[in-house]
Design a protein around this ligand. Structure first.
Ligand code: ADP
Ligand code: ZN
Length: 766
């Protein structure tokens, strides 16, 4: 990389010759430290703010980012927490500058902003940005193979496999071994054999991934009037090139994706990069197909299932401006875009955008911040927008575009309620005596609808948001329940995998033959349904139907997910049973019946968003039905048919439901009308965590406009062997909650094995 002269224009000192480079750099390290450390800039290195460098730290060499260039004597309080700066002569020197472009000022401001907002260490946020350390190193050469100059000699044995390889390599540029072998349908040893014979040669090259430029001028589908109007509005906000937020609020199947593709096209036409955040990127095969159909090439992908080589390639391509469109999970927000011109957040209401571990942040909210700092538009799309976003629309902060109809005249499905109190699922006739004793979960009404749908040659989706076979295993003799040894949680039986599993810590065990408490043999019984158990029931009731399971346990990666989606699309599956994974974005034209087995799941439990989320999830699931010519219907099994959520779903009264929900939140001073923060303490030692919690409670801030509730044992009182206590901090909307929290949590000295986590705007209350 050409070394550029650092700009001295930002420096406040007048007494230095403008062409001399500053000698002191404040370098932020991707570690949970308080701030940046000062380093000496050697004469022969040229750095600028944002340069990615390697520096010594103790005995190690670590990556860091130059956060600031400082005057020789250090600015008081600039870098090391207000202490006196070390004299220049005692600083350790920067080792080298990495061969990647410097982080832009906007990117650095964003990282600082996120750290200030979440109260995380700036280095912890930087670590999310430097998430592919190997990308910071010089590219390594790769070995590629090509046809050698050498002509084929008469004594070369040309087997059919060798012939295919030679044909494959004819006139082709050098390619990786595995790629050639796969294209020719042979093992790699065939290519290697030809290399030995001198017919093929290996060459070493520096290869950098480049994501082909999507073509913004390819024609998209002809848009309907309302789609066209929405697309024009989005194109206009991209053309304005200023910060704006637009809520694209359209019913399921209304073509939101096609509409925001127009915004992407507009951003691409200006030559800037665009980012699309999806809640479940590993499950987005259909989305990717549509992107390719629209723009001719695949976008760059960013998610946790990438290999480290893929991460490296994507990170470098983004940093070097060779990835025009990035589609990613929430962490893609921290990629080093040099020139980001548009951010789209699809399914903006999804809880998956909230990161719970490490630095807790909400990617939708931070996307809006990133857009604001960069002075670019953001688009939030959903069929069931969050109350937060709707409130911003109401306050005039966000623009609102509505798509009230399904594309192509498809009707929204008819949703009806099945009252489980009146229509109890009839027990199953099982001559052999099934282990569940004939217990069933499908009501007569739902069974009838399934039978009709299958008979008509159409597809059925049964939705149950519970992985595994049964959520609880109980001893019939003594009532003992099988619990995770590390968590306050029941073990979930996964019968297909033949094991018990904790969904919180990942603990795995075998189902014991006898009760671990009373020792009775064969007394353990499954309680309640999971999707595996539901599949057992449908196999008995509808033995002819080809059944597919769609859960995070059966879809082990993007390929498995894509395969299943394809199988449903091609109608190789009649009856699909799934957890919330099926709710997201899939378009199955022949699916006409959705049965929600337990609509009440998730309605209760101390989560302030329980009703809102249940509405969003069930509406989304319902939206899978009847997306093409054939009308769809949805049956919701509930024991709470009078609950406002059920009434809203069945009556289609979204806006009235949300207005009532908003009013209740406003009265209680809850988000989005008030602010919340959680402080969670955890330790392996319950006595210690209680003592620290008591000390924190004594030091709690007492200010008007702020209430500190707790400490209380967390609902998940023990997680991974750590005892947990929670505080909940409530404040009015305008209150700077961080300013009150920071001195508070710093006031109490924490033992080394005690962890304190601050969660601003919490979404999980476990
Ligand atoms: P949403 O995201 O609002 O649920 P989609 O964008 O997935 O809706 O659109 C639903 C289906 O309708 C998709 O298969 C999409 O390709 C199709 N579609 C939407 N708009 C158009 C259009 N203007 N022309 C052709 N097909 C369209
Ligand atoms: Zn556990």
């Amino acid at each position: 990389m050409p070394k550029r002269l650092a700009s001295t224009a930002t420096l406040p000192l007048e007494d230095r010759a403008p062409e001399t480079q500053p000698r002191r750099a404040a370098v932020l390290l991707p570690l949970p430290l308080a701030g940046a450390y000062d380093y000496l800039i050697p004469e022969d290195l040229e750095v600028e703010p944002g340069s990615v460098v390697t520096v010594p730290l103790g005995q190690r060499e670590v990556f860091g980012v130059v956060w600031d260039l400082l005057p020789e004597d250090g600015r008081p309080g600039a870098a090391d927490g207000g202490g006196k700066a070390l004299p220049l002569g005692r600083l350790r020197p920067v080792i080298d500058v990495c061969p990647v472009p410097p982080l832009t000022a906007v990117a650095r401001r964003f990282l600082t902003w996120v750290a200030d907002y979440t109260l995380a260490a700036p280095g912890a946020v930087l670590r999310m940005a430097l998430s592919s350390p190997s990308a910071l190193e010089p590219p390594r050469p790769v070995t590629l193979y090509r046809r050698a100059e050498q002509p084929l000699s008469a004594d070369l044995r040309v087997t059919p496999a060798r012939r295919r390889v030679l044909e494959e390599m004819e006139e082709s540029p050098a390619r990786p071994l595995a790629e050639i072998a796969a294209a020719a349908g042979v093992g790699t040893s065939v290519v290697k054999g030809l290399e030995k014979a001198g017919i093929v040669e290996a060459v070493s090259v520096l290869r950098e991934a480049r994501f082909a430029a999507p073509d913004p001028d390819r024609a998209g589908p002809a848009l309907s009037d309302s789609q066209g109007a929405a697309a024009a509005a989005l194109r206009q906000s991209v053309a304005a090139g200023d910060f704006s937020v637009t809520l694209l609020d359209g019913v399921t199947g209304s073509g939101k994706t096609e509409v925001y593709f127009e915004a992407l096209a507009a951003a691409l036409a200006t030559g800037r990069q665009a980012l699309v955040l999806l809640p479940e990127i590993a499950l987005s095969a259909q989305w990717l197909q549509r992107f390719e159909a629209r723009f001719g090439v695949a976008p760059a992908l960013w998610h946790s299932d990438l290999t480290s080589a893929q991460r490296r390639a994507a990170w470098r391509a983004v940093a070097c401006g060779r990835a025009p469109v990035v589609v990613g999970a929430r962490s893609a927000l921290f990629l080093p875009f040099p020139d980001l011109g548009l951010i789209v957040v699809d399914e903006e209401h999804e809880a998956a955008f909230k990161q719970e571990d490490g630095v807790p942040y909400h990617a939708r909210d931070m996307a809006v911040v990133r857009a604001q700092l960069g002075g670019v538009p953001a688009v939030l799309a959903s069929a069931t927008p969050s109350l937060e976003s709707l409130n911003n629309v109401r306050g005039g902060r966000y623009a609102h575009l509505r798509l009230p109809e399904r594309h192509g005249g498809a009707r929204l499905p008819e949703i009806s309620l099945v009252d489980l109190r009146a229509d109890k699922p009839p027990r199953l006739e099982t001559p052999g005596g099934s282990p569940g004793g004939g217990q069933a979960w499908l009501s007569a009404a739902l069974r009838g609808a399934i039978a009709e749908t299958l008979e008509a040659g159409e597809q059925v989706l049964l939705f149950l948001n519970r992985r595994g076979y049964a959520p609880l295993t109980l001893c019939r003799a003594c009532g003992h329940r099988l619990q995770c040894p590390n968590c306050t949680a029941w073990l979930v039986e996964h019968r297909l995998a033949g094991r018990l599993q904790c969904h919180h810590c990942g603990f795995v065990g075998r189902l014991p033959r006898s009760c671990p408490d009373c020792g009775t043999e064969g007394s353990l019984v499954a309680c309640g349904p999971g999707v595996e158990r539901l599949a057992e029931e449908t196999r008995i009731l509808f033995p002819e139907a080809r059944t597919g399971l769609m859960t995070s346990d059966t879809l082990t990666g993007p390929d498995a997910a894509a395969d299943l989606v394809r199988a449903v699309q091609q109608h190789e599956i009649d009856l699909l049973i799934g957890t919330q994974i099926v709710a997201k974005g899939h378009h199955f034209p022949q699916l006409t019946l959705v049965g929600v087995v337990d609509a009440d799941l998730g309605l209760f439990g101390g989560d302030l968003r329980a009703a809102e989320r249940t509405y969003q999830l069930l509406h989304q699931v319902a939206g899978r039905a009847g997306r093409a010519e054939r009308p769809g219907r949805v049956l919701l099994q509930t024991s709470e048919p009078d609950h406002p959520v059920m009434q809203a779903l069945a009556g289609g009264g979204r806006d009235a439901f949300l207005a009532a929900e908003a009013e209740a939140r406003r009265e209680a001073g809850l988000p989005p009308f008030g602010r919340l923060a959680a402080v969670i303490l955890s330790s392996p030692d319950p006595g210690q965590v209680d003592a620290v919690a008591a000390a924190l409670a004594r030091a709690a801030p007492r200010q008007p406009g702020l209430t500190v509730l707790g400490p209380a044992p967390a609902p998940l009182a023990v997680l991974r062997g750590r005892h947990r206590r929670r505080f909940l901090v409530k404040a009015s909307r305008g209150f700077r909650i961080q300013a009150a929290l920071l001195p508070w949590v710093q006031a109490v000295k924490l033992p080394s094995n005690l962890r304190l986590q601050v969660d601003i705007d919490p979404y999980s209350f476990l």
